[in-house]
Design a protein around this ligand. Structure first.
Ligand code: GDP
Length: 490
């Protein structure tokens, strides 16, 4: 038990055990230092090594970031098209696209890669990335300036000739020559595009091999597109393993730490989070978050999906079961005899599940005498792109789920991954139904860790140079519960 709201935290804990840097203006981004007051579960402690590396990386972002002389020189070099010797500063631009969950996972993946390779991370500001989050690095900006010379980057795809995969395919770059002499024998381009999107090809996936990383380390500008959580793939790169071991002694908390470090809701979104939390969640005995991701139209009002949710929460004893009405008069405990109350926070694009579950707990008594209240902040009906209030609500709801005490999520959904990671909770995952009439059996299961799943990992052994099951190569990188071919850290 961590006490009642607001959860008291001493100064170092406000900085999440040293994860967050000091020195930001508190009023311009209230969430950064207020978040610990809203979290009953304080979460995991970052390693001293991670803390030190983050402070060093912040210094790099300040020294080489936008509005510095080093940045102007690097942009000059990019315009010239050729790389020269050993560059003073190197950069990684991360393209932001698709849903908010995908964008957050992409940014964390890019950030960890930037940290491992000492590159400045610059985030493409499209899709509200500049409006939803505060700046994470003190004294500089992580947003890619609008005058970035490679202006066509937002259209980069699997066919872009400058992609690493296409440069390998077309022998513009060679990864099969003696790597120690590579820079001497090959003229490297000033920039390469890393296509790490769900549709990427075998050559693109060579990114996850140490020899290819050595080659890429000499390219000053990299532009990355991914909609995936590629972090488990970085653990497969042998040359990164020593660093990763030191940074993350607890392998299952990579997203937990990096997500809490990077993503602070801006004041507008923080208002949505905190007003809702105080009004509906703060006084509950137990907060259960239930994320219902309706991927297809038939899931808008599906009795089978409803049955999946209720059987999951009853089977796993997350909510009390209901008494049939006739039975009730004889067996219902005296009202008020049980002090425990549970608040269910449902998030979904649809209102129907919320209405049904709320109705059940009003119309029928619980077997334990416990009171259950059910809330859902919004129901926008369908996924919208570029609508500011829609994005704000999505971010606020992900965050509110992360403030719950236990979580039930929809498998496959990056929206749920972000909530579980920020909150430091291993969720119960509802397996994705394959068709309209099926209720998966079992309806849900406890996940193996709080980490997001890498949905389209490489299936290649870099040493043996042949196909391999990457879920069997390292003890702490395993297949996911919800996406059987995916990879996750445990
Ligand atoms: P994924 O598609 O489930 O992996 O998650 P994403 O976050 O990448 O994309 C889904 C998008 O649909 C979100 O970013 C929201 O815009 C919207 N969305 C999905 N579920 C919810 C929800 O429960 N609440 C709100 N407000 N929006 C949602």
């Amino acid at each position: 038990d961590h006490g009642s709201f607001p959860y008291e935290r001493s100064a170092p804990d406000k900085l999440l055990g040293g994860l967050l840097p000091q020195g930001f203006d508190e009023k311009s981004c209230r969430s950064r230092y207020e978040s610990s007051m809203y979290r009953r579960n304080p979460g995991r402690q970052p390693s001293p090594h991670l803390i030190a590396k983050l402070r060093k990386h912040e210094e790099l972002q300040r020294r080489c970031g936008p509005n510095t002389d080093a940045y102007s020189r690097a942009i000059q070099q990019l315009r010239s098209g050729k790389s020269v010797g050993s560059p003073e500063c190197k950069y990684l631009v991360s393209i932001s696209y698709r849903g908010l969950g995908n964008r957050i996972l992409a940014a964390v993946s890019a950030f960890l890669y930037a940290v491992l390779t000492d590159r400045v991370l610059l985030i493409d500001p499209s899709n509200e990335m500049d409006e939803l989050f505060c700046e994470p690095f003190p004294g500089t900006t992580w947003l890619l300036p609008p005058d970035f010379p490679v202006s066509s980057y937002t259209n980069f795809s699997i066919d872009t000739p400058e992609s690493y995969g296409n440069m390998l395919k077309n022998k513009v770059l060679r990864n099969d020559v003696d790597v120690s002499s590579t820079t001497a024998t090959q003229q490297l381009p000033a920039f390469a595009y890393l296509h790490l999107d769900h549709d990427y090809g075998d050559e693109d996936k060579m990114f996850f091999c140490a020899d290819d990383q050595r080659l890429l380390s000499n390219v000053p500008w990299l532009v990355m597109r991914t909609d995936l959580y590629t972090v488990p793939g970085l653990f497969l790169v042998t040359s990164f393993q020593e660093q990763l071991d030191a940074l993350f002694p607890e392998r299952d908390a990579v997203f937990h730490h990096l997500g809490r470090y990077l993503f602070h809701p801006t004041n507008r979104v923080w208002g949505l989070v905190t007003r809702y939390y105080r009004a509906y969640l703060a006084r509950a005995g137990l907060r259960l978050g239930v994320q219902v991701r309706a991927f297809d139209d038939w899931q808008a009002k599906s009795p089978h999906v409803l049955q999946q949710i209720t059987s999951c929460v009853w089977k796993e004893k997350l909510l009390p079961e209901l008494l049939a009405t006739a039975e009730e008069e004889h067996t219902a405990p005296t009202p008020g005899a049980v002090a425990k109350s549970t608040t269910v926070l449902i998030t979904s694009l649809r209102a129907w599940y919320y209405e049904q579950i709320k109705g059940m707990y009003w119309e029928q008594a619980t077997a334990t005498g416990e009171d259950v209240s059910v809330h859902q902040p919004s129901h926008d009906e369908y996924q919208q792109f570029g609508a500011k209030s829609h994005e704000d609500k999505a971010w606020a709801e992900m965050y509110l789920l992360s403030l719950c005490d236990a979580l039930v999520t929809s498998g496959w959904s990056t929206f749920g991954y972000v909530a579980q990671g920020l909150g430091g909770m291993t969720p119960w995952v509802m397996y994705r139904p394959l068709n309209i009439t099926e209720v998966p059996d079992p309806p849900c299961g406890r996940d193996v860790s709080m980490e997001p799943c890498f949905h389209s990992p490489p299936v290649y052994d870099c040493k043996l140079k042949r196909g391999a099951d990457t879920g069997k190569m390292l003890p702490l990188v395993r297949h996911c519960e919800d996406v059987s071919w995916g990879l996750k850290l445990v």
